[in-house]
Design a protein around this ligand. Structure first.
Ligand SMILES: [Zn+2]
Length: 214
């Protein structure tokens, strides 16, 4: 199955997405007689799109087809499909979903099975490597984060500084399922967040980073 033209196309699409500076997830929709109806990759970064995940791109690039074209079709995707893409596969009555890997992210596989879809997880090393490298090198594109810093200094007898850090973290693909983050990614995110906040006071910035590093 890893030699299926649809799966090979999905990996090629993921690599294309990476080369464009985007999220390396690819997909291909293949008809029951083996014809690639459409292929595509995640375009969230490239197009600033909220909906063009790899599977959605593949569906979009397949164009407007009659319902019969999706009968018995297979959606190949390099990463476990999120709830949106799971819903799209159910909506268009795709028969089978072949998933490259679900270690980096676990999406709606159970829902697909509950709706009678065949789900095959290949646990493909190349797909895992693509995502692992991407999450390591560009965590700011994958993880969604919010930092709130509160600095204060007030006490009747003098000044006591305090800092409160509140952080919400999620993935670009959906709500938290399968989220993993390394310490180095976490620290890099902290730097990105601090620069985003444009904290001008250098000592405050150092204090914030020190706190995050702990
Ligand atoms: Zn998706």
């Amino acid at each position: 199955m890893e030699q299926d033209p649809g799966f090979i196309a999905a990996i090629e699409e993921a690599k294309q997405g990476l080369a464009e500076g985007g999220v390396p997830i690819g997909a291909a929709l293949v008809s029951k007689d083996g014809k690639i109806l459409g292929r595509g990759h995640n375009m969230r970064v490239q197009k600033g799109s909220a909906v063009l995940h790899a599977e959605m791109s593949a569906l979009e690039n397949s164009g407007r087809l009659p319902a019969s074209a999706y009968e018995g079709a297979t959606m190949y995707t390099t990463l476990s499909p999120c709830d949106m893409c799971t819903g799209a596969c159910i909506l268009y009555k795709v028969k089978r979903v072949v998933v490259g890997e679900n270690v980096s992210f676990m999406g709606g596989e159970e829902l697909l099975k509950n709706r009678g879809k065949e789900v095959i997880v290949l646990d493909n090393a190349e797909c895992k490597e693509l995502m692992a490298n991407f999450m390591k090198e560009k965590p700011e594109l994958w993880y969604v984060f919010v930092f709130v810093f509160v600095f204060g200094c007030c006490d009747a007898r003098g000044c006591i500084g305090f800092l409160v850090l509140f952080m919400v973290i999620d993935t670009d693909a959906g709500c938290g399922t399968g989220m993993r983050i390394s310490l180095s990614s976490f620290i890099r995110l902290a730097y990105v967040a601090l620069n985003t906040l444009r904290i001008d006071n250098d000592s405050n910035r150092e204090m914030g980073v020190l706190f995050v590093s702990m």
